[in-house]
Design a binder for this molecule. Sequence first.
Ligand code: ADP
Length: 612
Amino acid sequence: MTLKKKILLGYGVAFAFMSLVIAWAVLNLVSLGKASDAILRENYWSILAAENMLDALERQDSGVLILLLGDTRKGTAQFRESEAVFLQWLARAKDNVTISGEAELVQSLEAHYARYRLQFSELTEMLGAQKLSPEQALGAYQQSIYPIFINIRDECTRLRNLNEETMYAASVRAGGVARRAIWSTVSVSATALAIALIFSLWLAERITRPLRRFMEASRKISAGDYSVEVPIEGADELGHLAGEFNRMAAQLARYHEMNIEQIISEKSKGEAILSSIEDGLLVFDTELRATGINPAARRMLALEFSECSGLPCSDILPAPNVCDLIRKTVENGFQPSVPEEQRIMTMPSGGRRRHYLFSITAIRSKDRHLSGVVLLLKDVTRLKEVEQLKSDFVMAASHELRTPLTSMGMSIDLLLEHAAPKLGDADRELLQAAHEEVHRMKALVNDLLDLSKIEAGRIDLEFESVQVQTLLDYVRTIFGNQVEQKHVELTWELPEDLSNIRADSNKITWVLTNLISNALRYVPDGGHIQVAAKRIGPYIHLSVRDDGPGIPQEYQAKIFQKFVQVKGREVGGTGLGLAICKEIVRAHGGTIWAESESGQGSTFTFTVPVAL
Ligand code: ADP
């Protein structure tokens, strides 16, 4: 049976019992109605007829008395009028003979009444023929009419009493019927209600039991238990649903298995990739504890297999600055931008120093929530060694070249001084060109030597607290002549209470003079150069602004690399000045950058820490 039919059946049973109760009540009402109808029909009309007949009889008797008193006309009229009424009610009484003894009574009443009328007719006739005196007429009334009148009156009274008694008995009977009807209706209703209630409870239980099983099974599935099966009871909609539900659970179990297999295979793939890459890879959670370290990283950091997971960053990495950067990444949600040259981690390994270039990447889940940090270590030891070899070579070569170049320069200078007047114009020009080239080469060799020394960390910086004002005063004296010759306006902007800087004053002077001499080289005659200093946080920002040709956007970051010069503007420089500046500033713990718009001058700024 379908669920719909079951529900309809439930309603059907309830309706059936309700109809039964209604039918029962109607039946009782009908029988009550019949009982009262019987009372009306059987007794009421007979009582009414007896009452009216008594009434009419009394009036007839008083008509007779009026006649005897001498008013013949009025007495006769009253008698005949009441006679018609009596006969009419007598006919009604005859028609309504319903109880035993009533028929005989009515018959006797009819007979007596006929005699009564006859006696009256004879009396009126004799009085009319004046055969009787008033005294004789009264005697005749008392002897023959009055006894019949008494008889008829008694019979009418008996007829009324008989019907009244029967009516009382009938009404007692009707009361019994009504009481029975009430009780039977109440008991039928209660039984019907009880049966309907029991049936409804049974039906509700039958319908909700499978639903409870579905709920239980769904709860198990959502808790990850896919082995559930709902029993199929009956072929109704719930039975079909149970079948479909079981199929769905089986399908989910298959998907779940497949997913787990896929996850395992993806995981082992990932692990294989991590194991096979040569770069070290470490994964940290947001508590800065290592949750994954690949074999390469373990090798690089000389970690045992057992001491991998769960260790805090500071126990794994020998460089506290790297852990600091990882912590900052976790705190800010993104990795801090650190220049590549500062992203080198150096560690002793097997009697050598090894260098690792590290990069930090934040891991985000799908909802952009930070779930950890990946640290990638790239072994750049070989690169560093090659760089070291190169810079050693450059240093040695420049060192070896410096002495012969110095003596060549001196010889050419002497020749220019003493032999030039004896030479022809062409020879003198050649000698002049040799003089310039030697000086250019000397500058190049000196710059190369300086740079390679700084890069190799072979220059010792002598840090002291330097007053910026003194530094600028000194620089001003150096450029006094050149500024005048080129008609350049050189201005200084310096707050009075500026803090001292922590610097090697010679090296920082070198940076400043290099920037100013660049500016002087590129500003047009009559141009402006402004040197400014101001404090921002823990740094003093020193800047050199000029209104020269500016630096194209694409060169602004590149010009700090070795030998990079803006195309078409190679005006005798070596292309090493800014690279040396950058190294010196970096060695001071500061940064240097250029801001410029082509054709609108340029500003070079570098920072030096404030002396504490
Ligand atoms: P150089 O010895 O060539 O000056 P630098 O490293 O000092 O080498 O400068 C690199 C290049 O940067 C220069 O060749 C020049 O093209 C550009 N440059 C430096 N300073 C300025 C400036 N103030 N205005 C315009 N260009 C500049």
